[in-house]
Design a protein around this ligand. Sequence first.
Ligand SMILES: [Zn+2]
Ligand SMILES: [Zn+2]
Length: 228
Amino acid sequence: MHDILPEEQKYFQRIYNVIENIAGFYDFNKIDTPILESAELFSRGIGLATDIVGKQMFTLKTKGGDELALRPEGTAPIIRAYIEQGMVALSQPVKLWYSGPFFRYEHPQQGRFRQFWQFGFETLGEKGAVIDVQIIQIFYNILRELRLKNLTIELNTIGDSQCRPYYKKLLASFFKSREHALCSDCRRRLRENPLRILDCKEEKCHQIISQAPQIIDHLCEECHAHFK
Ligand SMILES: [Zn+2]
Ligand SMILES: [Zn+2]
């Protein structure tokens, strides 16, 4: 964790101003959720078998015995607020953005901070692909407004509950036959959630991943149309 010194504030402020302007232009409203949430929100919401919940969450027990977590990401708390605060009854989609500190028990040697600042956009109550495109457009505009050069957008999909289970099985059997060549983290992921192997940054895993089945070839019709 680190201090943000007076001379660094102007950079934070500049980034914040750009995000706030663009969020306003696209009609997103700001939401702040607590930094502490029940740990269960993340273990149930993101899934026990993700790296975030498995290894990267800062958790603590209160005197009353509640298990809390310093929020590792922004989506689960926003879904919680959407349900708890009755936003389901508002006109949909509900378009929200957030910015603030987040916490993960990361490897500092890889240049990551355990407290980091993140902003994000969420739309709820709308299925159409257009809203996904708008979010991509927003992030592109923010980065462009901040004068980042040579931007490349990479698009992917992880399917849905209809087509993902089959793809997961395919992936698991592909990696199982090559298990000996995977790093120790990936051997664990193979048992818990083979999809996470695709995120591995280890060189030896990369070579295997490049030959793995692609989800794009195994999407159901609905997901294929949405992605297209
Ligand atoms: Zn690996
Ligand atoms: Zn699907």
